[in-house]
Design a protein around this ligand. Sequence first.
Ligand SMILES: [Zn+2]
Length: 334
Amino acid sequence: MSTVSLKKSGTGFLLKYGDVKLALDTGIKGETTLLSHSHSDHIGGLKNARHIIATKGTFDTWQARRSDKLGNKTTIKHGDMFGQIGVNITALNAGHVLGSTMFLLEFDDNLTVLYTGDFNTVDSLVHKAAIPVQVDVLITEATYGAPQWVFPNRKTVYENILEAATKVIDEGRIPLFHAYSLGKSQEAIALLQSGGFRVISGNTSIDKVCSVYKQHGIDLRHHSAQSEQLTDLLDEGAVIVSSSSRHTVGNMQRTLGQNEFARYETKLEYFNLSGWTIGKFRERGFPLSAHSDFKGLLNFAKGVNPRVAYCFTENGRTLSKHLSDNGIHAVPLE
Ligand SMILES: [Zn+2]
């Protein structure tokens, strides 16, 4: 049995095993790309790819935010298998954003590999948790792969966000929650609407992604920052979700006019929704993350029970050490 080779390439890796070559979350000339999701740190060089395999959710969220078209695409559903010479490829839910996928690779000699992409082991209002499968080789993200990043229970985080929104509005101010446009913004909007808040999306990239989520059956109700009712919404008490403060300010200025906007600008109170609000960075806000926390990563790897785990992203080295301490041979991918 030969060994799996993984080489860093652009935003992802080139995996080689025997005669099979697969590009993971990166485009390489002449190769097939397995695209886990459409966040910008996973989509480098896709125009070079010979062939791209991803879910409809991933292709749709890609297209919502970009004007360029991808070439030769194969759409795969979670649970479905795609066969090519030397390997069968199965897409599994990753729980990170709409359409996000882990890829299970089953090679002709029975070696099995799981590539996680970014994943979350906790259910959210809009995404279902990733479930581990047992394989020989695990290739896992390690974004929060250090012990300082253990997130509180998601229900507690939700309650804290809703409490903060209530408090700020009761004080006559305007809460603005900063969240990535793909995934986190939609979760924030779903949460805030479930809490009975009027929600304004601060910038159009959120609106574009929300319309894809709605096409995929997720109920999201929000107003645009360019809405004619913006003044009424802000006066009656509303919450803003934004992935770009600059664009949100620009949109509000255009809708309200400079003088009117100045009246509201001083009332804005900013919070981040991110795992980076705890641990060493301690941004102001709440640890709402689309990734697994440290415990989630450890428990997932234990569930996979691989012969070897490769850990990518910046905490790969730390997670590898902790996996090794837990009896899983692990190697950082750098
Ligand atoms: Zn991501």
